[in-house]
Write a protein that binds this ligand. Structure first.
Ligand code: FAD
Ligand code: DLZ
Length: 510
C-alpha cells in the first residue's frame, strides 16, 4: 500500500513537491478532470482545452516513466465532478496509506483540502508549492511590520536573494528599474515577429471536441488554439521569445497597436502558471541573452521584473491577505459588467480590439488588461466580483492567486491601495499616447462632452469627481484633484450627464 499523490491541473511540473520521493512500485498519481473546476467561472474554451490537454500529456509522460496514473476523464460516467468527491472515490479504490498534495493556487481549493483528512479518514499532507522564486514564508517575513507594501522594494530583495542581474551587491547597469525606458509607442515601420504557435496534435484535438460538446455556451472561440501543452513546447516558446522578441520587449512593453495582439510580449504566462515552464529558467534565459550582448538591459530588466518582481509579489500578497482580500470594495463599486465585455461591441476601438482578441485567443497583453478593460471597469465603478469573475474566466493564464491581486488591487483599486498607491485611472489621452487606436475610432479622443466624445474622457472626470473626498488624502492624486477644482462647473456637469447616459445604456446600476 503506497500513497495517493494528487496532481492538479496547474501543477504539471516534473519537480512538483507532491511527486517528491515517489515510489513507482507502490504509489499512484491521481489526476482529475472535473466539471466543477471547468464551471466555477465559465472559463474560456481555450483555457479548458489548454489545461485538460496539458494534463493528459503530463499523465502520458508520467506513464512513460513507469508511474501508475489514475486519470479520471471528464466524460467518465462514474465521475462525480468535484475534487473532494473524486479524491474520496480514489481513496476508496486504492486504500492508500495517505494522500500527498501540493498547496493549491486558489484559496477555495485550499479550504476544501484542509477538510479532507477528517472526511477521508487518512492522513493528508499538503506540501509547499516550491515552483516559485519566493516561498510564502519569505514573503511573510519581508512583509512583516511594514506599513505599506510596495513591489519595487520586494523586487530589490528578490534581485539580491536570487543574484539575477546583479554585479556584486549592485544592480547591473547601476539602476534597479528601467521602467522609464519601457514606454515607447510602436512606430509604423516596426513589425513585431509573430509568436511561435503550437497547432493542436491528435490528443489536443480530442480534447477540443470534448470541450466544444460539454461547454458550448462558454464565451470564446476554440478555433485557432495554439498554446504550448507540454514542457518541451513551453521551452520552445521561451526560446523563440528570447531570440526574436526580447530585445525590443522593453521599448514596447506598454504599447498597443491596431492588428497587433501580442507585440513583443512573451506569451509564456500560460506555461509558467501550469508549471510547464520554470520561472527561474525564464529569468536565466533572459539574463544570458543580456550577458551575451544580444538584448539590452532595459528589455531584460523589464522582463525579469515582471517575473521575479510582479509575479512573485502578487502571489505573496494573495496568500498574505486572503480570504478577506477578495471581499474588499474600497470604492464601493456596484455597477453590473457592461454587456460589451462579452460582445466586443462597445464602439470604442481600443476596448473592442482588446475584447475581440480576448474572445479569439484567450489573451490580451498587460496594458490592454490594465489600461483599457481594467481602466474602463475602474472608471465605470463595475462591482469587484463581476469584473474579477470576468478576468478569471476569459484569460488562458488566469488563476485566482495571480488574477485577483492584478484585477482587484491593481486595475480597480478595490483594495484601497494595498497593491498600488493610487488608482491606475486614465483618460483617452493615455490610450492615444500609447496606441494608434484613437485615429480610427468613431469617438473623438480630444472631446469630453457630447455623444461623439471619447467615453474614457467623461468617465475619467466623473470618476475623479465621484471620489474627490476619498482621494483628497492621497498626495499622488493631488494633480487630477487640482485640475478638477479648476474646471468650470457646467463642463463637469455635462461630463457627468454624458457618463450617466453612457453607463445607463450599457450597464445600469442595480
Ligand atoms: P509578458 O508581458 O511577456 O510578461 C512576461 C511574464 O511576466 C508573464 O508571462 C507573467 O508571468 C509575468 N507578469 C507580467 N506582469 C505580471 C503581473 N502584473 N502579475 C503577475 N505576473 C506578471 N497574469 C497572469 O498570469 N494571470 C492572470 O490571470 C492575470 N490577470 C491579470 C489581470 C489584470 C487586470 C492585469 C492588469 C494583469 C493580469 N495579469 C495576469 C498580468 C499580465 O497581464 C499577464 O501576466 C501577461 O499579460 C501575460 O502575457 P505574457 O506572457 O505575454 O506576458
Ligand atoms: C482551471 C481548471 C480547469 C478548467 N479544469 C481543471 C480540471 O479539470 N482538473 C484540475 O485538476 N484542474 C483544473 N483546473 C485548474 C484548477 O482550477 C486549479 O488547480 C485550482 O484552481 C488551483 O489553482
Amino acid at each position: 500500500k503506497g500513497a495517493l499523490r494528487l496532481v492538479l491541473g496547474d501543477q504539471l511540473s516534473e519537480g512538483l513537491s507532491a511527486l517528491e520521493g515517489l515510489d513507482a512500485a507502490r504509489d499512484v498519481v491521481l489526476m482529475l478532470e472535473v466539471r466543477d473546476e471547468c464551471t466555477y467561472v465559465p472559463h474560456h474554451p481555450q483555457k479548458i482545452v489548454l489545461i485538460l490537454s496539458a494534463m493528459r500529456h503530463f499523465a502520458e509522460a508520467l506513464r512513460a516513466r513507469g508511474v501508475t496514473v489514475d486519470y479520471v476523464a471528464l466524460d467518465d460516467p462514474a465521475n462525480t465532478h468535484s475534487f473532494t468527491s473524486e479524491v474520496a472515490r480514489a481513496v476508496a479504490r486504492h486504500k492508500p496509506e495517505g494522500v500527498i498534495a501540493t498547496h493549491p493556487g486558489e484559496w477555495r481549493v485550499l479550504e476544501a483540502m484542509r477538510g479532507w483528512e477528517d472526511a477521508l479518514g487518512v492522513p493528508v499532507e499538503i506540501r509547499d508549492d516550491t515552483r516559485f522564486l519566493a516561498s510564502l514564508e519569505f514573503f511573510r517575513r519581508w512583509a512583516h511590520g511594514k506599513k505599506a507594501l510596495r513591489m519595487e522594494f520586494f523586487y530589490r530583495e528578490m534581485r539580491r536573494a536570487s543574484g539575477l542581474l546583479m554585479e556584486g551587491d549592485a544592480p547591473a547597469g547601476g539602476e534597479w528599474n528601467f521602467d522609464a525606458e519601457n514606454r515607447k509607442r510602436l512606430p509604423r515601420d516596426v513589425i513585431p515577429p509573430p509568436p511561435k504557435r503550437f497547432p493542436p496534435d491528435a490528443l489536443t484535438r480530442e480534447v477540443m471536441a470534448l470541450v466544444g460538446r460539454e461547454f458550448p455556451r462558454h464565451f470564446g472561440s476554440l478555433d485557432g488554439f495554439a498554446w504550448p501543452v507540454t514542457a518541451e513546447q513551453a521551452g520552445q516558446a521561451l526560446d523563440a521569445f528570447i531570440t526574436q522578441r526580447l530585445p525590443r520587449f522593453g521599448d514596447y512593453q506598454d504599447a498597443m497597436a491596431e492588428g497587433e495582439a501580442t507585440l513583443f510580449h512573451a506569451l509564456i504566462s500560460t506555461s509558467l502558471n501550469l508549471g510547464l515552464l520554470d520561472p527561474r529558467d525564464a529569468c536565466d534565459a533572459a539574463e544570458a541573452s543580456y550577458r551575451r550582448g544580444d538584448a539590452p538591459l532595459n528589455a531584460v530588466e523589464g522582463f525579469v521584473r515582471q517575473i521575479l518582481g510582479w509575479r512573485e509579489y502578487v502571489r505573496g500578497l494573495y496568500w498574505l491577505r486572503m480570504p478577506g482580500y477578495a471581499k474588499l470594495n474600497a470604492l464601493e463599486a456596484r455597477r453590473a459588467l457592461p454587456e460589451f465585455y462579452w460582445t466586443g461591441q462597445s464602439g470604442m476601438r481600443c476596448m473592442d480590439a482588446a475584447l475581440t482578441q480576448t474572445r479569439d485567443m484567450a489573451y490580451a497583453h498587460h496594458i490592454q488588461r490594465l489600461m483599457v478593460t481594467g481602466n474602463f471597469a475602474l472608471l465605470a465603478g463595475v462591482a469587484p466580483d463581476a469584473i474579477n469573475e470576468w478576468y478569471l474566466a476569459v484569460y488562458a493564464d488566469a488563476y485566482e492567486w495571480v488574477e485577483l491581486p492584478n484585477t482587484h488591487g491593481m486595475a480597480i483599486h478595490a483594495d484601497g491601495g494595498v497593491m498600488a498607491s493610487k488608482p491606475y485611472a486614465a483618460s483617452g489621452a493615455y490610450i492615444n499616447r500609447m496606441s494608434d487606436h484613437c485615429g480610427k475610432c468613431r469617438f473623438d479622443v480630444k472631446g469630453s462632452t457630447g455623444e461623439g466624445a471619447c467615453p474614457f474622457n467623461y468617465l475619467y472626470w466623473d470618476f475623479i469627481a465621484r471620489h474627490e473626498r476619498r482621494f483628497a488624502s492621497n498626495p499622488r492624486m493631488s494633480m487630477p484633484l487640482a485640475n478638477l477644482r479648476k474646471m468650470e462647473g457646467a463642463k463637469l456637469q455635462a461630463m457627468q450627464a454624458e457618463a450617466k447616459r453612457f453607463l445607463d445604456k450599457h450597464a445600469p446600476l442595480p
